[in-house]
Design a binder for this molecule. Structure first.
Ligand code: AGP
Length: 608
C-alpha cells in the first residue's frame, strides 16, 4: 500500500522524508514524490518508479531546501503508475498540497461536481478530488476545511496536508488507513508506519478514525471531526532499529524465517504457565469460554491458511465447531450469525481492508470479536473486542513467515485453553500438549539447519512452471501455505490440493516430472497420503515428501524426503512449513527475483 511521511522541525525536511519513505518501501509502490515549503512557496517533485529515481533527481533532497514537507510512495489504485498520478497533488493555485493512502469511493460523483464548478483535474487519481475539495471549503481555517472534506468523502484515507498560508504546520487525518504521529527532539512527524520514524523517535501516537492532527515544530494537537480538541496518550515503540533492518541477512524474508523460533517462543511463553494456559487479553471468563457455541475465523491469504490450521486444531482439541472464511467473501455473503459465536479475525498488519470490514460486519451482528494481530495499535487490534497479539516483531518482507508461524502458535494456545476449560481433554493430555508446544521453538531451530539442503533441491526447479502441494487435514492447511509462499515470490504457478481430492479432476495435470510436494505429518492419515503419493508417482510425478522422523519406508515411494521432529499431530504445521518457506525463498532467489518486494504485491492490502 501507499506510504506517507511528513516532517516539521529545525532540520532539512527532504532528506528526512526520503529516508522515511525508504523504510516504507516494503509496502509496495510504483511511484514517489515529496513537497517542501521553502520559505516562500511549496515545491514539489514526483516521479514514477523507485524511490532512488526521486533521490537522484533531488540529489538526496538537497535541491529542495525547507524544514517542513510531506512525502509519499504510491501503490496505484485509481490511475496507472505515472508521474502525473504520483502524489503529492497540488490544487491549481499551489496553495494546498495533499498525499493520500486509501480509496475515496465516491470520488467519481465528487469529481463531476468539482469539474462543474470549474476545477481542472490533471490526474486520474481519486486523491486529487481531496485537494480540490479542500480548496472549495478552505476559508482560512485548515481544520474546518479538513472536517468538511471528511464529512463529504466516503472510503478510506490517511492524509498529509500542507497549506501555503499556514507554513508552520502540517495537518493529517485518517479513516481506515493507518497513520501515526511521532514526537521527537528534532521535530514532529507523520507516517503510515513505525519504521519510517524509528530513527528519530520511539514516542508515537496512533491516530484513530476521523481524527485530525495539527503538527507544529513545538507541539502536536489532535481534533475529532467536530473540531473538539482531543487528549491522546503516546505509545512507546519497543522495537530496536535493527529489528526493522535486515540484520545481516540477504533479505528480510530470510531474516524473518530465521526469527521464527523467537517469534513462536515470544508468542507462546508468556501464556504457558506450569499447569495452565493464561490468555488474560482474551477478556473471557471460563464460563464465557464454556458458552461459546461456534467459532468463525475470518482472514486473508496466509492468515486464512493459519485459520485453516486453527479449524483442525480447535475442532480436534476443544471440540468446538469452527468455520473458516475468506474475509473478502465473508463481508459480502450475508453470513448467518448465531448466538454464542466468537469471531476470530487474524491479521499480521491489522490493516487489511477486507479483514477489517469483516470484523465490523461480525460486530454489527452481535458476534464477540477477537483479533489475532501482529501490529500493535493497528485498526483491527483497536476495533476488536479483545486482541491477542502475536509477538513476532516487525515483519517487513511481503511474504509472511514469522507472523504466520506466530498466528498458528496463538491458535494452538486458544485451542489448548478452550480444551482445558471445556474439559475436552484430560489433565495428562493437556500436559503432553503443553510440553510439545514448549519444544516447538527449538525444533524449528533444528529445521533451519537444513537451509543448504533445501537450496540445492530448489535449484533443480528454477525452470518449473507448475507444482502441486497435497495433504490431508492439517497437512492440507500446510500445503495451502507452502503453495502460496512459492507462488507469491517465485511467480511459479502451483496449486494446493486436499490429497484425496486430486483424483476428482486435477490429477489429469500430472505428467512426467511434475513436482508434487506431499505433506504427510498426520499419523492417522499417513497411509492415505501414501496412496495419493503412489497415484501421482504412477503418472510420472517427482515427489518431495515432508513427513515425521521414523517414516523411513516412505523413501521407497517418494523421490525426496524431508523429515520433521516428532510433535503432536496438531502442531506439525509449525515444523513442516519451515522447509516449504525455504523452498519458496530459494526458488525465488535462484530466479533472481525481488524476494522481499514481489511484483504486484503489497505488505498490507488496505484497499479492497
Ligand atoms: C502472505 O505471504 C501474503 N503477503 C498475504 O497473503 C497476507 O497474508 C494477506 O494479505 C493478509 O495480510 P494480513 O495478515 O496483514 O491481514
Amino acid at each position: 500500500m501507499c506510504g506517507i511521511v511528513g516532517y516539521i522541525g529545525e532540520s532539512q525536511a527532504a532528506p528526512i522524508l526520503l529516508d522515511g519513505l525508504s523504510k516504507l518501501e516494503y509496502r509496495g509502490y510504483d511511484s514517489a514524490g515529496i513537497a517542501i515549503y521553502d520559505g516562500e512557496k511549496i515545491e514539489m517533485q514526483k516521479v514514477m518508479g523507485r524511490l532512488k529515481v526521486l533521490e537522484e533527481q533531488t540529489h538526496g533532497g538537497e535541491t529542495m531546501p525547507g524544514t517542513l514537507g510531506i512525502g509519499h510512495t504510491r501503490w496505484a489504485t485509481h490511475g496507472c503508475p505515472s508521474d502525473t498520478n504520483a502524489h503529492p497533488h497540488f490544487n491549481k493555485e499551489h496553495t494546498i498540497v495533499v498525499v493520500h493512502n486509501g480509496i475515496i469511493e465516491n470520488y467519481g460523483k465528487l469529481k463531476q461536481k468539482l469539474v462543474k464548478k470549474g476545477y481542472q483535474f490533471l490526474s486520474e487519481t481519486d486523491t486529487e478530488v481531496l485537494v480540490h475539495l479542500l480548496t472549495e471549503y478552505y476559508e482560512g481555517d485548515p481544520i474546518a476545511a479538513i472536517e468538511r472534506v471528511m464529512r463529504r468523502v466516503e472510503g478510506s484515507y490517511a492524509l498529509g496536508i500542507m497549506f501555503l498560508d499556514h507554513p508552520h504546520h502540517i495537518y493529517a487525518a485518517r479513516k481506515d488507513s493507518p497513520l501515526i504521529v511521532g514526537r521527537s527532539s528534532m521535530g514532529n512527524l507523520i507516517a503510515s508506519d513505525v519504521p519510517a520514524v524509528l530513527k528519530y523517535t520511539r514516542s508515537v501516537y496512533y491516530m484513530e478514525n476521523e481524527e485530525i492532527a495539527c503538527l507544529s515544530r513545538e507541539n502536536i494537537r489532535f481534533y475529532n471531526i467536530d473540531g473538539d480538541e482531543l487528549e491522546k496518550e503516546a505509545s512507546t515503540i519497543e522495537w530496536d532499529i535493527d529489528a526493522a533492518e535486515k540484520g545481516g541477512y540477504e533479505h528480510f524474508m530470510l531474516k524473518e524465517i530465521y526469527e521464527q523460533p523467537k517469534a513462536v517462543r515470544d508468542t507462546l511463553s508468556p501464556r504457558l504457565k506450569d499447569t495452565d494456559v493464561v490468555i488474560d487479553e482474551l477478556g473471557m471468563s471460563d464460563e464465557e469460554i464454556r458458552e461459546i457455541k461456534k467459532i468463525t475465523i475470518v482472514a486473508c491469504g496466509s492468515a486464512y491458511h493459519a485459520g485453516m490450521t486453527g479449524k483442525y486444531v480447535l475442532e480436534g482439541m476443544a471440540r468446538i465447531p469452527v468455520e473458516v472464511d475468506l474475509a473478502s467473501e465473508f463481508r459480502y455473503r450475508n453470513p448467518i450469525y448465531e448466538d454464542g459465536t466468537l469471531a476470530v479475525i487474524i491479521s499480521q498488519s491489522g490493516e487489511t481492508a477486507d479483514s477489517l470490514a469483516a470484523l465490523r460486519e461480525a460486530k454489527k451482528h452481535g458476534s464477540r470479536v477477537l483479533g489475532i494481530v501482529n501490529v500493535v495499535g493497528s485498526s483491527i487490534a483497536r476495533e476488536a473486542d479483545n486482541v491477542m497479539y502475536t509477538w513476532a516483531g516487525p515483519e517487513i518482507s511481503v511474504a509472511t513467515t514469522k507472523a504466520y508461524s506466530a498466528q498458528i502458535a496463538a491458535l494452538y494456545l486458544l485451542a489448548l485453553k478452550f480444551a482445558k476449560v471445556r474439559a475436552a481433554i484430560t489433565k495428562e493430555e493437556f500436559m503432553n500438549l503443553k510440553r510439545d508446544l514448549e519444544q516447538l521453538p527449538e525444533q524449528i531451530e533444528t529445521l533451519l539447519g537444513m537451509k543448504e539442503k533445501i537450496q540445492r533441491f530448489a535449484n533443480r526447479y528454477l525452470a518449473a512452471n507448475h507444482m502441486f502441494f497435497i495433504g490431508r487435514g492439517v497437512d492440507y492447511a500446510i500445503a495451502l501455505e507452502g503453495s502460496l509462499k512459492l507462488k507469491e515470490i517465485s511467480y511459479v504457478h502451483s496449486e494446493a490440493y486436499a490429497a484425496g481430492e486430486l483424483k476428482h479432476g486435477t490429477i489429469s495435470l500430472i505428467e512426467d516430472g511434475t513436482l508434487v510436494v506431499a505433506v504427510a505429518t498426520q499419523e492417522q492419515l499417513y497411509p492415505k497420503t501414501i496412496s495419493n503419493i503412489v497415484e501421482v508417482k504412477t503418472r510420472g510425478a517427482f515427489v518431495m515428501a515432508v513427513t515425521n522422523f521414523g517414516h523411513k519406508e516412505i523413501e521407497k515411494t517418494a523421490d525426496y524426503v524431508i523429515y520433521i521432529p516428532k510433535t503432536s499431530s496438531y502442531f506439525t504445521n509449525s515444523l513442516a512449513i519451515i522447509p516449504l518457506q525455504l523452498f519458496g525463498y530459494y526458488v525465488s532467489l535462484g530466479k533472481g527475483l525481488d524476494v522481499d518486494k514481489p511484483r504486484n504485491l503489497a505488505k498490507s492490502v488496505t484497499v479492497e
